[in-house]
Ligand binder design. Sequence first.
Ligand code: C5P
Length: 248
Amino acid sequence: MDAQKPIIALDFQDMDQLWAFLDAFDEPLNVKIGMELYYTSGSQMIAALKERGHEIFLDLKLHDIPNTVKWAMKSLAQQGVAILNVHALGGKAMMQAAVKGVNKGTADGGQRPLVLAVTQLTSTSQSQLQAEQLSQATMEDSVNHLAGLAQAAQLDGVVCSPLEAKAIKDQFGQDFMTVTPGIRLIAGQDDQKRTATPYQAALNGSDYIVVGRPITQASDPVQAYQAIKEDWQRGLQDKGQIKEEEIK
Ligand code: C5P
């Protein structure tokens, strides 16, 4: 998946909205598909997106016994998506099984999808961590611990806040990937609280940014996408990740 482009979170309720949105773009995109659409339209939709040249982050957050996750990941990898993910709370053995499954599902010589871990959901509060998971850890310690488990299980990285990306890279190394939602050009317009601009996310070390409503709900989605992409690429350039002549 081309890291110079933001990943657009296609959180639509139905396929008509999805295709109407995509028809406005005349270039291949990085897109994130979640459970809502996958459970209704599944592998056919993935094949149709790929036929149009789009690269896919399939955000299904698997969490089950290792054997089940292994075979499920094999079947998802066979669909030729670029990124898959699992819950780190499923445990190290489950994450290792996820990587095994993805390797099995990748054609010989093909590029295997990246496998990311979701640590603690951003919807989980510190008080829930204590009352429901019976954990005495702080949220930060819990997130770091789960990221470490993911790394030990050979996952490629984590989904995290752009504000956490630098600390994760400092602790787990520059090659451990951070994929960051919570991106806003202007903060405070909806339910995302801990946001960063695409430019800041690039400087903080995000490898990919995930952007939904600022593009999908914009009055001109293509223009919003271009503005976000330019801000992100300017950040990658200032960070020394890409040179001006490499910008696409
Ligand atoms: O519309 P918005 O830009 O907030 O969309 C962000 C996307 O990233 C959504 O699909 C959301 O579910 C997902 N996400 C998130 N925060 C996380 C994990 C995933 O916003 N911690």
